[in-house]
Design a protein around this ligand. Sequence first.
Ligand SMILES: Nc1ncnc2c1ncn2[C@@H]1O[C@H](COP(=O)(O)OP(=O)(O)OP(=O)(O)O)[C@@H](O)[C@H]1O
Ligand SMILES: [Mg+2]
Length: 208
Amino acid sequence: MILLADKISKSFGGRTLYSLATLQLNAGERWALVGPNGAGKTTLLKIIMGTETSDEGTISFAKGTSIGYLEQETKLSGRRSALGEVMDSATEIKRLGARIHDLENLISITSDEGELEPLLEEYGRAQDRFEHAGGYELESRARAILCGLGFPVSDLDKPAKDFSGGWQMRIALSKLLLRHPDLLLLDEPTNHLDLESVQWLEGLHLDL
Ligand SMILES: Nc1ncnc2c1ncn2[C@@H]1O[C@H](COP(=O)(O)OP(=O)(O)OP(=O)(O)O)[C@@H](O)[C@H]1O
Ligand SMILES: [Mg+2]
């Protein structure tokens, strides 16, 4: 079990969106939440994310679950390029990379055996995690994701904020995919995607 939304009820101004709704997501599953405009799809995602409260019920996650949430509307700011924006989202990888760098320095100046051993152990673990998280291929993965979602290579260096809403959504989606969270919550991602990008996304395994 990755996520359990248990007996969730929610009303706005006397209008019931759901009553005692239960949803369980298990690893490897893909679910679609389908309903007309105003049915409460976005609200349920917000309840899961904790930015909206439910009237009744509980949300629980498996321990340590990482979540990526793509909101229905996206607005990017700042001066970073599309590629830079996506690469910068890999905060865990960047943190690990910085720690590996620090450990290398510490190891090079430590001569005491007793102090060296735990440093070497941590260094080994950090390198394993860095490799497992795709740290060595960060840029090539970011490029592959953006191109998979339809960006021409010549656009990757353009400022992210200069793209239209639909393309900004693709950049925001790329950021999530790069981090490969355990749980991806996408609010109407196909609104701005063409068939080719949808097919690429459907075929994507998050170990990319
Ligand atoms: N904060 C709020 N206060 C009052 N009513 C709200 C609030 N948020 C959402 N609603 C109402 O709750 C209903 C469900 O909204 P929600 O955005 O979850 O629907 P949706 O299924 O995502 O719709 P769409 O397909 O248009 O994105 C709508 O009638 C909306 O007006
Ligand atoms: Mg919505």
